[in-house]
Design a protein around this ligand. Structure first.
Ligand code: TRP
Length: 376
């Protein structure tokens, strides 16, 4: 799965490298493309088609049609997503959470949210368990700041709440052989044994609702496509345990500000953390990779290329709701009518006003965080 020589695409839950070809992922992972027809079916419940669906951020699924069929006939689903708390949250993390909230609001479903401090401790050489656990609570503030409600949002902190997951994880783990896990996740001889068992813990929340309430309903998981290997093994096991196979709606890996649009918390200049003050945001956006030309004269004459521009990507996925304004920005860029500095300035302002509001809500969340903790 690792191919250093050629700049081959590598997409695993722990590593993303090379240029990601999403069509190819659909084929190789064996998922289904998210069709216009399915998007319309979602819109029957949500009204307007969400920006992230309109603009193809969510692009693939498994059993979304099954979940919608069931819902139409009166069987609800629950939402499940999560976060590996290895550091502060950046804008890219918020994007699928915003979509999750949209689904929750319109389908009136519960959300189970897993904070995997255990996972991050096991897979990161330089992260202490206590640090990961601390990030889990800090990251939960970002989630809550998006407006989730305690009545229907249940955060699971793996280390603290392992008693709720352990029986389910055991039932899953017993039915997955080492050979399957190795083929699915690329485990090596040197992989620590905690990591080898760990996928069973990410599977467990798919079934937690049934366990806690006795209501056997499917889980729908909005998450980036790199998490898909977990769902493949979970889907194999689910029927053997008497549960529905968890369904997925997959999003792209979120673009950062670096060359090729890569976002990586290990390269802090390429991502904007929710805790970044205005001047840091300004500096990072200023240093962003764009589709601009080296000189103003060339840009005026030949125009820029929004398709490779990380600044444009941020407008596309988060900061320009209005389709017409987005199209106009794209046109102006290609025509050389707007320069990168202008787009950067506008994006900086939008991010900073978003973050100002977000940080206020994030601080308030400290007072109510306990209400979101999953109850026994
Ligand atoms: N493994 C994920 C990560 O490292 C965290 C996670 C746990 C998750 N459960 C999930 C992500 C469900 C999406 C959906 O970020």
């Amino acid at each position: 799965m690792v191919d250093e020589e050629r700049n081959e695409m590598v997409v695993t839950p722990w590593e993303v490298r090379g240029k990601v070809d999403y069509e190819r992922l659909i084929r190789e992972f064996g998922t289904q493309p998210l069709t216009t027809e399915l998007i319309q079916r979602i819109a029957k419940f949500t009204g307007k088609v969400h920006l992230q669906l309109r603009r193809g951020l969510f692009f693939s699924h498994r059993d979304l049609d099954v979940v919608l069929d069931l819902y139409e006939k009166g069987t609800k689903f629950v939402l499940y997503t999560g976060r590996g708390p290895s550091g502060p949250v950046h804008l890219g993390h918020l994007v699928p959470w915003i979509f999750t909230k949209h689904l929750q609001d319109h389908f009136k479903t519960r959300l189970y949210f897993q904070m995997t401090d255990d996972e991050k401790f096991l897979v990161k050489d330089d992260l202490e368990l206590e640090e990961a656990t601390n990030f889990a609570y800090e990251n939960a503030l970002d989630l809550i700041a998006l407006g989730f409600k305690p009545e229907n949002t249940f955060i699971i902190y793996d280390v603290q709440d392992i008693d709720l997951l352990y029986d389910l994880a055991l039932k899953v783990a017993k039915r997955i052989t080492f050979s399957t896990a190795r083929a699915t996740f690329g485990f090596q001889e040197s992989t620590n044994i905690g990591w080898v068992f760990w996928p069973a813990i990410q599977a467990a929340p798919c079934f937690i609702h049934a366990k806690l309430t006795g209501e056997n309903v499917p889980a729908l998981i909005p998450a980036a496509i790199d998490q898909d290997p977990y769902w493949r093994i979970t889907r194999d096991v689910a029927p053997k345990l008497g549960y529905y196979k968890p369904a997925q709606i997959h999003c792209r890996l979120l673009p950062g500000l670096g060359v090729g649009g890569k976002m990586s918390a290990s390269e802090p200049e390429t991502c904007i953390f929710t805790t970044d003050p205005p001047d840091i945001v300004k500096r990072k956006v200023w240093g962003a990779f764009t589709g601009g030309k080296p000189t103003v004269a060339e840009q005026r004459r030949m125009g820029g290329d929004p398709s490779i521009c990380t600044v444009f990507q941020y407008f596309l996925f988060m900061f320009e709701e209005d389709d017409e304004k987005l199209a106009e920005r794209e046109r102006q860029c290609r025509a050389g009518e707007v320069l990168c500095g202008e787009c950067k300035k506008e994006l900086t302002d939008r991010i900073n006003s978003f973050l100002e509001d977000h940080r206020r809500k994030r601080e308030k969340a400290r007072n109510i965080i306990d209400k979101f903790h999953i109850k026994r």
